[in-house]
Design a protein around this ligand. Sequence first.
Ligand code: ACO
Length: 448
Amino acid sequence: AKNVGILAVDIYFPPTCIQQEALEAHDGASKGKYTIGLGQDCMAFCSEVEDVISMSLTVVTSLLEKYGIDPKQIGRLEVGSETVIDKSKSIKTFLMTIFEKHGNTDIEGVDSTNACYGGTAALFNCVNWVESSSWDGRYGLVVCTDSAVYAEGPARPTGGAAAIAMLIGPDAPLAFESKIRGSHMAHVYDFYKPDLASEYPVVDGKLSQTCYLKALDSCYKELCKKYEKLEGKQFSIADAEYFVFHSPYNKLVQKSFARLVFNDSVRNASSIDEAGKEKLAPFADLPGDDSYNSRDLEKASQQVAKPLYDAKVVPTTLVPKQVGNMYTASLYAAFVSLLHNKHSSLDGKRVILFSYGSGSTATMFSLRLNAGQQPFSLENIAAVMNVGEKLKARHEFPPEKFVEVMKIMEHRYGGKDFVTNQDISLLLPGTYYLTEVDSKYRRFYAKK
Ligand code: ACO
């Protein structure tokens, strides 16, 4: 199979959300901390009728319907998630209800978990399958689904929720350049979920930022090395039209791109002009950790990066700023933003994506885009996703109501023997929702 990659995409996020400005005031944070400091506008969250399983049922059903895919045509289904509902039974098995109905139980794949990286692991598994000798000619399907919730405190505004489905096959408009790729994997305790009774992570916020940036540096260096070996010339940020980042909050994306600019400057790459290189030269020899902690470097590199950031990154930031961190779906929601904003001008362009999962696992990889053909065209993908309308159709909750929902969810997490309030007035037709968890912890869903 040639030009294997993503043929079709759909995204779902809950209609329930809270404005960061309102949350900021409610939390007693200084004005601008969440909106300018973290760079976030709004945050989606699951109400008591939604969870990672219902969101993935919704998005998979929607993708199959809107692109006219026969469920029998799916041969592999992989899910990436870090939201643990069951320690054994995979989310993938819940999704089988969609396929069993059509007599298709011959579908490989289960769930992948490592913080926000599981979706990328699932995506690579599907792409590798289509490229392998075990491929049977059918489509792969990848689902990234997460509900990111934090305990009250500084991390709470960096939550979010969404599910994204991606159809995988040959001759894709979003094709993998599989040789242009770099990974960085290490053992760190920056963000983890050791308390199985709680949905909330244990997080060392500052450490997680540094680990993210270190992984970014390392992945970029590896990717450059591989590109240079392959192409016989230096890689720089000028060689890709857009850069898409895992987006816990927008400020980290700004810092990340500035870090790539700093890397290029130190490597004396052609992407940075002489004035920029002069500005960044004093920081070139800062030893390891000092370079991650230097405020002056951060400021100088963001200044030099600004025009490049506006051109190469801003078009990728819409959904993560509006929906929040969606963990495994976050990187792909940034990519969705790019497809939404630029679908008519992406033909022939290279896009670099950076996936980070705490703990830690990270990969930077490359896609080559082409206009594609109906129904798998960039134009149609943007139309199907309908991001603008979905954002508009949301309902803003006041902070008190949001906190109330968080309390109910805390109480319900890991629980049994309850029925939900079944208030589905805000859900759009076609949305799946949780109705009941019975005395044996079995979960039941219905479709609006
Ligand atoms: N106006 C404008 N900016 C402000 C204001 C204000 N009133 N107040 C603060 N700021 C700025 C700060 O200067 C800082 O920006 P800077 O980093 O450019 O200096 C930013 O707002 C955040 O302020 P901090 O004091 O650093 O925030 P705090 O430490 O309270 O929390 C954190 C931020 C650590 C990101 C927290 O939200 C968190 O732990 N989140 C979860 C961890 C996370 O997402 N890590 C990312 C990688 S791992 C992953 O994806 C899960």
